[in-house]
Ligand binder design. Structure first.
Ligand code: FMN
Length: 211
């Protein structure tokens, strides 16, 4: 039997700020997982042309092809690392908007991890709010998370001044990859057979949603 393919991990960087701390840490996380043998991709919202969510989750946005790119990258991923700033006590709007352009078909069942950068003291507001979004999308959040207080001075020269910060980002990244490998739908080996259509375990995937 061939070895299972390594998990596919997407990094989504939600800060629009040049020199963003959260974007730099996300790159570190994704590079580490690539070196570990994961399949990886990175989306930096500074480089994407995304519209504001207009309330129509099925809108294909033909004139804004980055919407399709975003959706396809999420669909292909087994795990996702979100990174972004805390703004006014919650998630930055650019990251939230990107998440609002998705639907269950792109997100449900994926494993998530999150990194948030703050200008002030450490707190978990934005991280907790991302947990709410992930739960609402029926995704899995790993227990590890990284808040970066006083973020503008956290990475002098692009590297963490505190080695513990780097170690925590690495731990988060590997936790996402491990959990994504465990939780993705299996296509080989024992237990790979799909559940029968009558299985009660299918219920969360077959329920019709009216959102
Ligand atoms: C509109 C705005 C709101 C902010 N609100 C907060 C806040 O509530 N708490 C905080 O600690 N820092 C706040 N900051 C500071 C940012 O979190 C900080 O600059 C951080 O580095 C941004 O992340 P980034 O480096 O990835 O862009 C705010 C900054 C802006 C521009």
């Amino acid at each position: 039997m061939s070895a299972a393919a390594p998990p596919r991990i997407l990094g989504l960087g939600g800060s629009m700020r040049p020199g963003s701390t959260s974007q730099l840490l996300l790159r570190r996380a994704v590079s580490l997982l690539e070196a570990d043998g994961c399949r990886t991709s990175l989306l930096d919202l500074r480089e994407l042309d995304l519209p504001f969510c207009n309330g129509d989750k099925q809108d294909p946005w033909p004139s804004r092809p980055d919407v399709k790119l975003l959706r396809e990258e999420f669909r292909a991923a087994d795990g996702v690392i979100l990174a972004g700033p805390e703004y006014h006590g919650t998630i930055g709007g650019a990251l939230k908007n990107a998440l609002d352009l998705l639907d269950f078909e792109h997100v449900e069942g994926k494993v998530f991890g999150a990194i948030c950068a703050l200008g002030g003291r450490s707190n978990s507001n934005a991280l907790n709010h991302l947990r709410l979004v992930a739960r609402w999308y029926r995704a899995w959040m790993v227990p590890e998370q990284v808040a970066v207080p006083q973020a503008r001075s956290a990475l002098p020269g692009g590297e963490p001044a505190d080695p513990e910060l780097g170690a925590r980002v690495d731990e988060l990244a590997r936790s996402v990859a491990r959990a994504a490998a465990l939780l993705r739908p299996r296509t080989d080996g024992p237990g790979a057979e799909p559940l029968g259509p009558e299985s009660a375990l299918n219920v969360s995937r077959t329920v019709k949603r009216e959102h």
